[in-house]
Design a protein around this ligand. Structure first.
Ligand code: GLN
Length: 455
């Protein structure tokens, strides 16, 4: 089968289901077909092609793509066409993958349901009346609906893993520093990581191999060589020590979620792993610390959208300050404004010690707690989220309830460690349930080994 045939098959699939799922913001199907044809010609000429040659993929719309709109699902960047590509996009291009388009998301990656997109809502392919999760909801829905072989998402507090859980796909947030953030539109720079959403664990390893590596254009990029991420795939997991932190299985967790995740633990025991309950007392503090730190960083990162340098500019204004005000008032959505206000408040002098500094101290305590558990265990096993995908509109007016969706995922970003979510069953409404595997920093190989053994 040729690259062009594969690409056309995916485009046919998009034609068939996209009007129901709405995973994409921008489709680049003509470009995709041209690229596929080029690859076929290369092959016919006996030229070397890349590791992902002819694989049709898609990218969350907060990663810059040269010559292709990169909107962050915001009115602010509705017509923004970047003059350069993100490092991850360059890497995927170099391996000859075929980009089908840019995927829907919550505006500036703030949200858990994709309902904060300026353009449209994305539906959960398993039940079109439910959300796909967020903020990488388009990325998860596209994989679940077979509208791309794999996609890239970004994860600041769960935005890859929570949609993976809701849509029944595999999603991983790598160790902070593993994947270059150059060209990823910043939300909260100390937490943001790009990662893949795939159909299965082997694909995850393959994509990780292509997108990771040191990048001098990202000052927080880890300067070291990486092993093959799939190195231990297929090896048995006898003797692996797995911790079940009881705080992640407490009250608010849907009973079926608890049941299925505990069934994963039992299956791993059958495969020879040693599973033990542990306690992580700091868990409750992660959510407030996250919403303080991420909003503080967002308020600073989003200061650049002032109507002067690029993006949207308001039409009616009296003077320069008014131009800033009008532009930001009209260009940003409600949730983005909420975060900017929260962050600006937390950073203002007089409140800094009470909020931002305190949150950073809590962050250290959380990180230490993870380090401590990883002294004795290879992995931590938890649900990815307390419940399965909810109905569109159900939580839109309840901000705190929306933030609670991130309770199982944010501690991982705070600690900077890697975590993967994969499907482990379905609830009574036939909605997917995700299990989360967490490891110490730079130990994705073990996560993939155990995830593959379970799969
Ligand atoms: N839902 C979280 C938030 O709204 C996570 C977002 C993310 O990981 N980008 O902040």
């Amino acid at each position: 089968i040729s690259s062009e045939e594969i690409t056309r098959a995916y485009i046919d699939r998009i034609d068939k289901v996209e009007h129901k799922v709405n995973a994409y913001i921008t489709l680049t199907t003509d470009k995709a077909i041209n690229k596929a044809k080029e690859i076929d010609i290369k092959r016919a000429n006996g030229e070397q092609v890349g590791a992902l040659a002819g694989i049709p993929i898609a990218i969350k719309d907060n990663m810059c793509t040269r010559g292709i709109k990169t909107t962050c699902a915001s009115k602010m960047l509705e017509y923004f066409v970047p003059p350069y590509s993100a490092t991850v996009v360059e890497k995927l291009n170099k391996q000859d993958s075929v980009i089908l388009g840019k995927l829907n998301m919550d505006e500036f990656a703030m949200g858990s349901s994709n309902e904060n997109s300026y353009f449209h809502k994305t539906m959960n392919p398993w039940d079109l009346s439910r959300v796909p999760g967020g903020s990488s909801g388009g990325s998860a829905a596209a994989v679940a609906a077979n509208e791309a072989v794999f996609t890239l998402g970004s994860d600041t507090g769960g935005s890859i893993r929570q949609p993976a859980h809701y849509c029944g796909v595999v999603g991983m947030k790598p160790t902070y520093g593993t994947v270059s953030r150059y060209g990823l539109v910043a939300f909260a720079s100390s937490l943001d990581q790009i990662g893949p959403l795939t159909k299965d664990v082997k694909d995850m390893a393959l994509v990780m191999n292509t997108i990771t590596g040191h990048d001098k254009l990202d000052s927080s990029s880890y300067n070291n060589e990486y092993d093959d991420f799939g190195k231990y795939i297929g090896e048995d997991i006898k003797g692996k020590k797995i911790a079940l932190p009881k705080e992640y299985f407490s009250k608010g967790v849907q009973s079926e979620v608890k049941e299925k995740v505990l069934a994963v633990a039992r299956k791993l025991e059958d495969l020879g792993a040693v599973v033990e309950e542990v306690s992580m007392n700091m868990t409750d503090l992660a959510l407030p610390a996250y919403y303080l730190i991420s909003s503080a960083e967002a308020s600073s990162n989003l200061a650049r959208y002032d109507g002067v340098k690029y993006g949207f500019r308001a039409k009616d204004y009296d003077n320069l300050v008014d131009l800033y005000k009008q532009t930001r008032d009209e260009g940003f959505g409600k949730e983005v404004k909420r975060r900017i206000m929260l962050g600006t408040y937390a950073l203002s002098s007089g409140y800094y010690d009470a909020y931002y500094k305190k949150a950073q101290q809590v962050r250290t305590l959380i990180k230490n707690e993870f380090d401590k558990v990883f002294e004795s265990y290879d992995l931590i096993l938890t649900p990815t989220g307390p419940s399965t995908a909810f109905k569109i509109g159900e939580k839109i007016n309840n901000v705190v309830e929306m933030y609670m969706n991130d309770i199982c995922t944010v501690p991982i970003n705070i600690a900077g460690v890697p975590a993967l979510s994969m499907n482990c069953g379905f609830d009574a409404n036939n909605m997917p349930i995700g299990v989360q595997f967490i490891s110490k920093a730079f130990n994705e190989k073990t996560i993939l080994q155990v995830a593959y053994a379970y799969e």
